[in-house]
Write a protein that binds this ligand. Structure first.
Ligand SMILES: C[S@@+](CC[C@H](N)C(=O)[O-])C[C@H]1O[C@@H](n2cnc3c(N)ncnc32)[C@H](O)[C@@H]1O
Length: 257
């Protein structure tokens, strides 16, 4: 990987590029007149620190990865009008609850969770990939398009860059009301175009039984899993399946209460 900036960087952008280069131990190459395509000759991934917190990860031969709230905008609008959201029903999140998202990705589920738990609630999102975590953290704090409640929900999410099993081990028993897992699918689902940019940047770890044991220990009410309806995870871990309607994805719960 290489780190660079967009053209004509400001001092804070250069400082950020230097900080990331140091933290991730990857070279910072001054942008000057270079194109991203020319940088791809020496590195398959180029992380570009952009203007106004809009960073982009360019993966050679794949879609670019940048932050956008994906379906969260429409889902929050729907909830504001009293509409239905399967994730909201299944997680049973209410004002003041705490929610731990172990697979943050683009954070659309976390944004909906943050809207549901409100200003007295807590949403922490764990993401293993450095670049994904950084782009999403930056995007959540600078994105400016949408209702006040959407933007407030985005600003309240705390992003943690770490492997989720390692992170779970550091947490006390029953420290979050709901713990959530939405791993990358075993097979690509064409519908989820919003995740296209994420595909080349994400971690595809298969769920370990230790992760589920730890998640269950840390959850006060339940652990929720989202996975393909045909996933082998359902039987392997005896989840209570919550969505029976024909759908390519399902939710399931491991209840504590
Ligand atoms: C399907 S995406 C999650 C999408 C997310 N629910 C959303 O609404 O945008 C799965 C994410 O989990 C991350 N991930 C996979 N294994 C992980 C691990 N062991 N620890 C932390 N994050 C992990 C991937 O890098 C990816 O970004």
């Amino acid at each position: 990987m290489l780190i660079t900036t967009s053209r004509k960087p400001t001092l804070p952008m250069l400082q950020k590029a230097n900080r990331l280069s140091h933290e991730w131990n990857v070279p910072h190459l001054a942008r000057e007149k270079r194109t991203i395509a020319s940088m791809h000759h020496t590195a398959a991934s180029v992380y570009m620190v952009g203007k106004n917190g809009k960073d982009v990860l360019y993966n050679k031969g794949h879609d670019d990865f940048f932050f956008h709230p994906s379906m969260a905008t429409i889902r929050v609008q729907r909830l504001e009008k009293g509409g239905h959201d399967p994730f909201a029903t299944i997680t049973t999140l209410q004002h003041g609850d705490s929610f731990l998202d172990l697979t943050l990705g683009l954070a659309s589920d976390s944004i909906v969770a943050s809207y549901l738990v409100g200003k007295d609630g807590i949403v922490h999102g764990v993401e293993k990939q450095h670049a994904v975590a950084e782009i999403v953290k930056s995007g959540l704090s600078t994105w400016g398009d949408g209702s006040e409640s959407l933007l407030d929900a985005m600003r309240r999410i705390q992003v943690i860059q770490r492997d989720h099993t390692e992170y779970l081990r550091t947490l006390p028993d029953q420290s979050f009301d709901v713990v959530y897992l939405d791993p990358m699918f075993e097979r690509t689902i064409d519908e989820s175009l919003s995740l296209n940019g994420l595909r080349a940047s994400a971690s595809y770890d298969t769920l370990q039984s230790e992760t589920l044991d730890e998640a269950r220990r840390v959850a006060r009410r339940h652990v929720i899993l989202k996975a393909e309806s045909s996933s082998s995870l359902w039987e392997k871990y005896s989840f209570e399946r919550l969505e029976k309607r024909p759908s390519r994805t399902s939710y399931g719960a491991l209840r504590r209460l």
